[in-house]
Design a binder for this molecule. Structure first.
Ligand code: SF4
Length: 301
């Protein structure tokens, strides 16, 4: 039996669904029941009725699924698949800023630990961050942990003061301005779509800046045959499925998130068979950490 067939069999046996982020490899996306960006997957996690969720992604995504579904069992195919950015801030830093700015709203990117979420006012993803920040009553926002996304929000919501820390995505900041200029020179007719985790100078060169889902929609629905895509390669299969005629170019080759890459079909089979790598959370932290996630789902409606 091939691996895909074995996974489908195990899913039925174990009453499990697989949620996969766009950044995991194409073969892993193919075994999933739902594929999407962090926001879509967070919403889906509240709707699935299977007993077990296998989260083909990185740790904070599995944690968010567990926070939103404490009664379900959530498993990670690779326990070491973690987002480095999620650890680029901590509670101490948040409390220090709160002391300096008592009326601030702490807005935390979903790429964060449960502990950081527990000390934040609201979570956001890159697809709803601008909308949520705009609609918060607070004039000053502490946005953590991605400084680049924070800078992007600052430009879109100039009426608010946005304070950021120094977090970043190692994958997206590896795409430099020089790389981008070279790609544009090689493909002068291509439009550019970039993720807001890229640095400000790279984003200046983009025709469109948005979340992974936003990038997919932009490329699929925008006139033109050629596109330079500045994010992780995992978005390419979905674009090719929906717009097979379009030519897609990377800025650097490859554009891979090493942690998402750790998720393989063999590990999905293993986690289904052996029920290892289950997400467990401290109850007190979980009770607080779910609130900003629920607030995000409400405010993003
Ligand atoms: S692409 Fe960047 S932000 Fe996304 S999971 Fe990988 S390291 Fe984290």
């Amino acid at each position: 039996m091939d691996k895909q067939a074995r996974i489908q069999e195990l899913k039925r046996e174990k009453n499990a669904v697989i949620l996969a982020h766009y950044y995991v490899d194409e073969d892993v996306q193919q075994c999933a029941d739902y594929i999407g960006d962090s926001f879509y997957l967070a919403k889906i996690a509240t709707k699935v009725d299977a007993e077990r969720i296998i989260f083909a992604g990185v740790e904070f995504m599995g944690e968010s699924a567990k926070l939103l579904n404490p009664q379900k069992r959530v498993f990670m195919p690779d326990a070491t698949a973690d987002c480095p950015m999620a650890h680029m801030t901590d509670v101490e830093e948040i409390e220090k800023v709160r002391k300096e700015h008592p009326d601030i709203a702490v807005v935390c990117y979903v790429n964060s630990t449960a502990e950081v979420k527990a000390h934040s006012d609201v979570c956001v993803t890159s697809s709803n961050a601008v909308k949520i920040v705009k609609n918060l009553p607070n004039p000053t926002i502490y946005f953590i942990p991605d400084a680049n996304l924070g800078n992007f929000i600052r430009k879109q919501v100039p009426e608010k003061e946005i304070i950021t820390n120094r977090g970043f995505c190692p994958r997206h900041v590896a795409i430099t301005m020089d790389d981008m200029l070279r790609a544009k020179e090689m493909h002068p007719n291509a439009k550019v779509a970039a993720h807001p985790e890229c640095t400000e100078d790279v984003l200046k060169e983009a025709d469109y800046v948005g979340s992974t889902s936003g990038i997919i929609d932009y490329v699929v629905n925008t006139e033109g045959d050629e596109f330079i895509v500045a994010t992780v390669d995992g978005v390419f299969p979905k674009i090719k499925e929906q717009a097979p005629g379009k030519k897609l170019y990377r800025v650097i080759d490859p554009q891979v998130c090493v942690n998402m890459k750790k998720v393989t079909l063999d590990k999905v089979i293993d986690v289904l068979e052996n029920e290892t790598n289950e997400i467990t959370l401290d109850e007190e932290i979980a009770k607080k950490a779910v609130l900003p996630l629920e607030r995000m789902l409400e405010l993003a409606k």
